[in-house]
Design a protein around this ligand. Structure first.
Ligand SMILES: NC(=O)c1ccc[n+]([C@@H]2O[C@H](COP(=O)([O-])OP(=O)(O)OC[C@H]3O[C@@H](n4cnc5c(N)ncnc54)[C@H](OP(=O)(O)O)[C@@H]3O)[C@@H](O)[C@H]2O)c1
Length: 221
């Protein structure tokens, strides 16, 4: 499985403000780039923090890109995947709207009736891990379901865990022309952070987009 993390951050490394509400960091050209990236993968993954904060749809916006997927015998939209250990995803979340396949990655700590509610809403529930989603095991199950290319769209807690578990192959970051600040605002990689054995990257691309810069990195294994 190939895993790409994509995010937009402010010039000072924040994904949003301390209120954890969506902040517009990208411009139209970067939105288009992200839409193309989405159209190119089998599934898009977010943490439940992002679902609760932003209620994203994670579908492909451009009709031509959706058509191109259909022509390639792919579903119009990639599957939507949420890492959600106790099932905090609201039943009316947009990722459950039926526009694409939905997966809930959860843990044994999730109440059975919540699991049943998500299945009724049409989601495939994968249980991996005792109290927190075991991302490596859950990704293996996604791979067994035919998901080869996976894009991670945040947030900072999930992204750190993925680096910690060595599950990231590529990182694309749009750095936008804003300073958000705030010690409690989410950053690109939160969690507990590394104190040694830091994630090591190799820069592969630098491009000016809108009023910011796209940085692409390969993750060194
Ligand atoms: N600028 C951007 O590109 C961008 C993109 C996405 C989000 N955002 C912003 O980021 C913020 C949300 O980020 P966030 O860091 O709070 O939340 P997040 O990373 O989206 O979700 C974190 C949650 O995922 C669940 N989770 C399940 N298994 C996990 C695991 N193994 N490791 C880590 N988390 C796991 C945990 O909740 P449980 O313990 O309940 O399972 C955890 O609290 C919002 O403000 C949103 O607007 C910005």
């Amino acid at each position: 499985m190939h895993v790409v993390v994509n995010a937009a951050m402010s010039a000072d490394g924040k994904l949003s403000s301390r209120r954890r509400e969506q902040v517009e960091i990208s411009g139209p050209d970067d939105f288009r780039r992200v839409d193309e990236l989405r159209a190119d993968v089998d599934a898009v993954v977010v943490g439940v923090g992002t679902v609760v904060a932003d209620d994203p749809s994670l579908t492909v916006d451009d009709a031509e890109l959706r058509e191109r997927r259909r022509e390639n015998d792919q579903p119009e939209n990639p599957a939507r995947v949420v890492a959600d250990s106790r099932i905090r995803t609201p039943p009316d979340a947009r990722i459950l709207d039926g526009e694409a396949a939905s997966y809930l990655l959860t843990s044994e700590a999730a109440p059975n009736d919540f699991v049943a509610q998500m299945e009724e809403a049409g989601a495939t529930v994968i249980v991996a891990g005792e109290n927190k989603v075991d991302l490596s095991a859950a990704f293996e199950e996604l791979a067994a379901d035919g998901i080869d290319r996976l894009m991670v769209e945040g947030g900072g807690e999930l992204i750190f865990s993925l680096f910690e578990e060595g599950l990231v192959d590529e990182l694309s970051v749009f750095v936008g022309p804003k300073v958000i600040g705030g010690r409690d605002a989410p950053t690109l990689a939160d969690g507990d952070g590394f104190v040694e054995d830091f994630g090591q990257l190799e820069l592969t691309e630098v491009e000016r987009i809108d009023d910011g810069a796209l940085l692409r990195w390969d993750v060194r294994s």
